[in-house]
Design a protein around this ligand. Structure first.
Ligand code: BG6
Length: 483
């Protein structure tokens, strides 16, 4: 019998408003934390320009211009056969500063149009409520999630959109890569925290405060649980997932010290948040983390009950790479947005140093399912690469096809291993601005967007070879790559 994926498998693609939508100050939208960032590169940090001075370039302001091109984009998704489109709502389109009492109707109408069009095209939306794009005002006024008031602001925003789109959206994700908060890099992106002295984003490490970060993360975990409960109350059809950045960590050697260090990295990085969101309480190893980092969390009495009652329905995650964990500090390091680790001699990496490891995906799927026993979905995966637009407007991205194909085969094997996998939405299905570097040249899409790192270009859309390939994958429910 021909091999294929389970019936109803949710094939699709993923984007986030801040990296894709543009229209940063249109329709009453306020500035988000990403709107004050300049472009950067692999080796040059993005800068924070608090007053958004004209002399700098801000790649996310127009991004890929989905704000004006959504009709064309959704019809391209339909042509590929998408069943699911993971996207985010820009919080600042609904509450420009986060503290207004009434939502911005124009912003709400924009997403009404998107959801209606998706429905017309038979595509189910999966909506992230907060994807690295909280209102910049909340950063300036409260230092973001460090302040407990953010819980109420976020719940108010979530309540407005979950009620408004009842019947139109049933899959919700609360915080994108919530565990980014355990790394200094996540202080700004995930938590909206910014020390007044930070100019280059890379400076964050210098002013990092684990105490503040973990406290802010606690506030998000409480907000997450409240929103899960709220979504279930608004509509019993709603399904809410957590979203965690997962890296396959391997011990570099069989040295027991490396094994223990690796296990610790799984706990600290991969499991700390998911354990709370799925199981409803901090894991037993959390106390050790707090002690080691000299953290004293302010946890209110009511929080325990909130966390217990607001557990998620499914587990979503991003997966891009694996890393080796070693106790030897002299080894060569690999790269990644959140994590580093030792280079794995068996793996190749992309141009940004992210190690490519399809087998690692099968490994993490089995680990996660074994631990949580709830449906899983991969909502980000893909190859950031430099593509060449040819004079005949073709783009030959066989390297991307190879990457995705190998990951899909791994997913299939994991399903044979017993994993309940709901779907797959590769990242940046239509090219968008890179989160870490602000570059456009780091492309993930099946569709090329004609704009460069300086914002020059027509913004026209062109189908890459991977577009036709993915269309066949979806059309055959995976059979075309499983032959
Ligand atoms: C994830 C984020 O960390 O990785 C996305 O959720 C991001 O927002 C993606 O774009 C890829 O990272 P980058 O830096 O290549 O854009």
């Amino acid at each position: 019998m021909e091999k294929s994926f389970p019936k109803n498998f949710l094939w699709g693609g993923a984007t986030a408003a801040n990296q894709f939508e543009g229209g940063w100050n249109s329709g009453g939208k306020g500035p988000s934390i990403i709107d004050v960032l300049t472009e950067g590169t692999k080796s040059t940090s993005r800068k924070v320009i608090r007053n958004i001075e004209d002399s700098y370039y801000y790649p996310n302001h127009r991004a890929s211009d989905f704000y004006h091109k959504y009709e064309e984009d959704i019809s391209l998704m339909k042509e590929m056969g998408f069943k699911l489109y993971r996207m985010s709502i820009a919080w600042t389109r609904i509450f420009p500063t986060g503290v207004e009492t009434e939502p911005n109707e124009e912003g709400l109408l924009f997403y009404d149009r998107i959801f209606d069009l998706l429905k017309k095209n038979g595509i189910e939306p999966m909506v992230t409520l907060s994807h690295y794009e909280s209102p910049f005002y909340l950063t300036e006024k409260y230092n973001g999630w460090e302040n407990r008031d953010l819980i109420d602001y976020f719940v108010k925003y979530a309540s407005v959109v979950i009620n408004r789109y009842k019947g139109k959206v049933k899959y919700w994700l609360t915080f994108n890569e919530i565990n980014a908060a355990v790394y200094p890099f996540g202080a700004y992106f995930a938590l909206g925290m910014l020390d007044k002295k930070v100019v280059n984003l890379s400076d964050q490490k210098k002013y990092d405060s684990p105490q503040k970060r973990y406290q802010a993360l606690h506030h998000q975990l409480v907000a997450n649980a409240k929103v899960v409960q709220l979504a279930h109350e608004v509509d019993s059809e709603n399904k809410v997932g957590c979203m965690v950045a997962i890296t396959a960590n391997y011990p570099y050697t069989p040295n027991p010290e490396d094994i223990l260090e690796c296990q610790k990295s799984w706990e600290d990085c991969n499991y700390y948040c998911g354990d709370v969101q799925v199981r409803g309480a901090y894991p037993s190893f959390a106390k050790r983390i707090w002690k080691e980092k000299n953290i004293k969390l302010a946890i209110l009495e009511e929080d325990e009950d909130i966390l217990k009652k607001g557990t998620v329905d499914f587990f979503s995650f991003s997966y891009y790479m694996s890393n080796c964990i070693s106790t030897d500090p002299t080894l060569d390091a690999a790269s990644g947005n959140l994590v580093g680790g030792a280079k794995n001699p068996y793996l190749k990496a992309n141009d940004w140093g992210w190690q490519i490891d399809p087998a690692g995906l099968r490994y993490v799927l089995k680990e996660l399912y074994g631990r949580y026993q709830i449906p899983l979905i991969i909502v980000e995966n893909g190859l950031g690469a430099i593509d060449q637009l040819n004079p005949d407007l073709s783009i030959h991205d066989d390297y991307r096809i190879d990457y995705l194909k190998d990951h899909i085969i791994s997913m299939y094997e994991a399903i044979q291993d017993g994993v309940d996998l709901m779907g797959y939405t590769p990242w940046g299905c239509i090219d968008l601005v890179s989160a870490s570097t602000g570059e456009m040249r780091k492309r993930y899409g099946f569709i090329y967007v004609d704009v460069d790192d300086n914002g020059k270009g027509t913004f026209n859309r062109y189908k890459k070879d991977s577009f036709y390939w993915y269309k066949e994958v979806i059309g055959s429910n995976g059979s075309s790559v499983l032959k």
